[in-house]
Design a protein around this ligand. Structure first.
Ligand code: NDP
Ligand code: 2IT
Length: 450
């Protein structure tokens, strides 16, 4: 049986690769899902007859466009903009925008594909999408970022809307960028709607949305720990990245009595064995969100170790929260983490572990929460922002946080339901892929061949 399945997966992947040449991250994301789903689809032939896997891997629409803008020196710059509208079976397309020089079609297609399953897991009515640009906000003035965002939105506005497609932030897109994008949308359309999430509190944003991805990743880790009668208190955590997700992961870890000892950026990582406490975290937020400096400065300020050009995976810990970018943990890193006693991985980033690393974690039978489950708190709270916008009524911090917590607990239960193996081990990868798939697939069947 295993061999027949392997042949089917290989055949399916050969077609995906031929159809989407060079899009390696997209192939990687599809392969993982296909490995979880093909056995399930064999047992549920209605999905096979409806060709759901073939349809779900083909975006409903891809928009690519020129983004010209003028820099502070008066020189014309040209970037490329994208929006992948992957799947709208259960709601309007929903997903972030990434501004980073590495952005390309394959990376955004992998992110949009993951988003379809993630959004379904949240229990809220959101389809999947993703977009962005190869624009690099690093080193740009506020004025340059604004002019870029205005040009980007001048084209994007044709394709989005509160009931059509609702973008938000991701790497390189935070509160500042969402503000400039929203301003331009409103100016062109003459409409004040919930077309973007992650908005400022004064203009339609939701409390807890900035915190939500990091908080959610910790809530998810807490649920996984409960299955082994453990908790966050007293645990040592390694965190990568130092942006939105990393910052609020650490804030929640501090609140629950855990100790985060690392932070990183694309140039290196810091190791603070005494733990990053609330004051130090405040410094990081100021450093990263306002001064837009490098994490190295933390090491200089607090006289701790800075390791240039490396990631923090050789630091001894109990919990890991990879919160920077895709494929940041490889097979050897995973082996090193497991060898040093790490037994919980909660992926704040999207696809931060390579397939080989995931295999190491699963073979070691540790608690491995894949991104589409563990980091779903961000988009879930975006969904709650959409609800509040529709009602024109904001919820309190407590109300939003409680709903976020409930959603993360529900995602965990879904993973347990579909990922429990005969031995009792919970394979959260299978659980998230199958649990996210069913609702979308059933909606696609109900809506006919579209
Ligand atoms: P930010 O832009 O706020 O921060 C990104 C952090 O990761 C920075 O420290 C950045 O370092 C580092 N980083 C980015 N790219 C690389 C790279 N290629 N190599 C090494 N370090 C890198 O982004 P977010 O915190 O919002 O996003 C982090 C991850 O979480 C991403 O994978 C994103 O897709 C995912 N995510 C985000 C959600 C959200 O709501 N924001 C929701 C769900 C998932 P530097 O400053 O040097 O570039
Ligand atoms: O990857 C993600 O889920 C996000 N970047 C958040 C998307 C959103 O619409 O809030």
């Amino acid at each position: 049986m295993a061999n027949i399945l392997e042949v089917k997966i290989n055949d399916f992947m050969a077609k995906i690769i031929a159809k989407n040449p060079g899009e390696t991250e997209f192939h990687q994301a599809v392969q993982e899902v296909a490995e979880s789903l093909l056995p399930f689809i064999e047992e549920n032939p209605r999905y096979k007859h409806a060709k759901i896997l073939e349809r779900i891997t083909e975006p409903e629409r891809v928009v690519m466009f020129r983004v010209p803008w003028i820099d502070d020196k008066g020189e014309i710059q040209v970037n490329r903009g994208y929006r992948i509208e992957m799947n709208s079976a259960i709601g309007p397309y929903k997903g972030g925008l990434r501004f980073h020089p590495t952005v390309n079609l394959g990376i955004l297609k992998f992110l949009a594909f993951e988003q379809v399953f993630k959004n379904s897991l949240t229990t809220l009515p959101m389809g999947g999408g993703k977009g962005g640009s190869d624009f690099d906000p690093k080193g740009k003035s506020d004025n340059e970022v604004m002019l870029f965002c205005q040009s980007f939105m001048t084209e994007l506005q044709r394709h989005i809307g509160q009931d059509t497609d609702v973008p938000a932030g991701d790497i390189g897109v935070g509160g500042r960028e969402i503000g400039y994008l929203f301003g331009q949308y409103k100016r062109i359309k003459n409409e004040f709607t919930g077309v973007l999430t992650g908005k400022g509190l004064e203009w339609g944003g939701s409390l807890i949305r900035p915190e939500a991805t990091g908080y959610g990743a910790v809530y998810f880790a807490e649920e996984m720990l409960k299955t082994r009668n453990e908790g966050i208190k007293g645990k040592i955590a390694v965190v990568s990245g130092s942006g939105n997700v990393a910052q609020y992961t650490i804030e929640k870890l501090i609140q629950l009595g855990g100790k985060a000892v690392t932070l990183s950026d694309s140039e290196g990582f810091i190791y603070d064995p005494d733990g990053i406490d609330a004051d130090k975290l405040q410094y990081v937020m100021e450093l990263k969100n306002i001064r837009r400096g490098r994490i190295k400065e933390y090491a200089e300020k607090y006289k701790v170790k800075y390791v240039e050009g490396q990631r923090p995976w050789n630091i001894k810990c109990d919990l890991v929260f990879p919160s920077a970018t895709q494929n940041e943990i490889n097979e050897n890193d995973a082996k090193e983490l497991v060898k040093n006693g790490c037994f919980v991985v909660s992926e704040g980033a999207n696809m931060p572990s390579t397939p080989e690393a995931v295999e190491v974690f699963l073979n070691a039978k540790i608690l491995f929460g894949p991104g589409k489950a563990a980091n779903a708190g961000g988009v879930a709270t975006s969904g709650l922002e959409m609800t509040q916008n529709s009602m024109r009524l904001p919820w309190t911090r407590e109300e939003v946080d409680e709903r976020l917590h409930m959603i993360m607990t529900s995602i965990h239960s879904t993973c347990m339901q579909y990922g429990r193996e005969k031995s009792g081990f919970i394979n959260y990868v299978n659980g998230a892929n199958i649990g996210g798939f069913i609702k979308v697939a059933d909606a696609m069947i109900a809506q006919g061949v579209v």
